[in-house]
Write a protein that binds this ligand. Structure first.
Ligand SMILES: [Cu+2]
Length: 351
């Protein structure tokens, strides 16, 4: 009875661990619930290879168990040597041909998918976005659209969007597991991939190549919206007037400080391409600050005064004049009201 209780306890513990660990994933940050063409291709390959490997494992275990039981040393079998099968042609053929077949079963769909996902022959008929990886943020330049933005990539659902990617510093890797595979983002050459979301929603992206102390905080989002919403967003972004005066006095003072402190030296609002820091055109529409913190005035104030406490090793630290708490509050007020569009991560459904 005691032994059984122990086993039941162990089983319960195992079940509980599985339950707790299964909650570690996020539905919009997983390769196991694909919502995009590239992710679906990868997922199908994961399933195929898992089946093949499970088959190999099961076969080896079964043969191993049979041999272990059937050919164990029996009574009176002192110094007994079983029949030797070295050089057996049938056996040699079987265990050479089976792995070849298994490898072909994996290789053919893998190579086909690789070529399919690398095909950029339709790039000129579709939306192209120049993606730049930076320590530790992402920049998106919509080619031919006069739209520059950072951190949030808006795309029309169901459409192929071609990403032409380069890094401004070290090697990064662009990865939105729920809708696409990974692609290295190198400083010396441009890599191209396409993404295609099959459902509207907000998908989390990660940098998948270690790139410095804040590599794990280099998060971004892909926001897939309907074609009408996307067109509306494009129009809203194109209509932004960077010099427009905000409504409240505090925000106006913030705008003046933003210029006075030369924040524009690195950041841009509108479609100006010159920038070494994130573009802030639709900053107030974002749901995250620096990709990781909740976007609110308090967090933003903290970021302006001490970015190092949120993203160690970022390039803003030590690169701008001192700002008092009062001034940071005013700048934060100004930045929070940069909300050119009603199409936001929040409106796109889940966050
Ligand atoms: Cu990175």
């Amino acid at each position: 009875m005691k032994g059984w209780m122990g086993k039941i306890r162990a089983l319960c513990l195992l079940g509980l661990t599985a339950l707790v660990l299964s909650a570690c994933g996020k539905e919009n940050l997983t390769a196991l619930d694909p919502k995009g063409y590239g992710a679906e291709q990868s997922f199908n390959l994961i399933v195929l290879t898992t089946i093949v490997m499970a088959f190999v494992l099961a076969t080896v275990l079964i043969v191993y168990t049979i041999v272990l039981i059937r050919y164990r040393k029996k009574k009176g079998q002192e110094n007994y040597i079983p029949k030797q099968v070295e050089g057996n042609k049938t056996l040699e053929t079987v265990w050479t041909v089976i792995p070849i077949i298994l490898l072909l079963i994996i290789a053919v769909p893998t190579v086909t998918a690789t070529f399919d996902l690398a095909d950029n022959s339709a790039a000129s008929d579709n939306l192209n976005v120049q993606v730049t990886g930076n320590q530790y943020w992402w920049h998106f330049n919509y080619e031919g659209q006069e739209i520059q933005t950072s951190q949030d990539l808006y795309i029309p659902v169901g459409e192929k969007v071609y990403l032409n990617m380069k890094s401004s510093d070290v090697i990064h890797s662009f990865w939105v597991p729920t809708i696409s595979g990974k692609m290295d983002v190198n400083p010396e050459n441009e890599n191209t991939m396409y993404i295609q979301a099959q459902e509207e929603g907000v998908y989390w992206g990660k940098c998948a190549e270690f790139c410095g102390p804040s590599h794990s905080l280099m998060d971004f989002k892909v926001i897939a919206v309907s074609q009408e919403e996307f067109d509306q967003w494009v129009q809203d972004m194109q209509n932004v007037n960077p010099d427009e005066e905000p409504g409240s006095t505090v925000a106006q003072e913030g705008q003046a400080l933003f210029q006075e402190k030369n924040c524009m030296g690195c950041h841009a609002i509108g479609s100006s391409p010159a920038q070494t820091g994130p573009n802030l055109t639709n900053f107030g529409d974002r749901s995250k600050l620096a990709g990781v913190e909740e976007l609110n005035k308090e967090n933003l104030k903290q970021w302006i005064m001490d970015p190092e406490s949120i993203k160690p090793g970022n390039k803003m630290t030590g690169n701008y004049p001192d700002v008092s708490e009062d001034e940071a509050g005013k700048i934060a007020e100004y930045l929070m009201q940069l909300q050119p569009s009603d199409i936001t991560p929040e409106s796109a459904g889940k966050e």
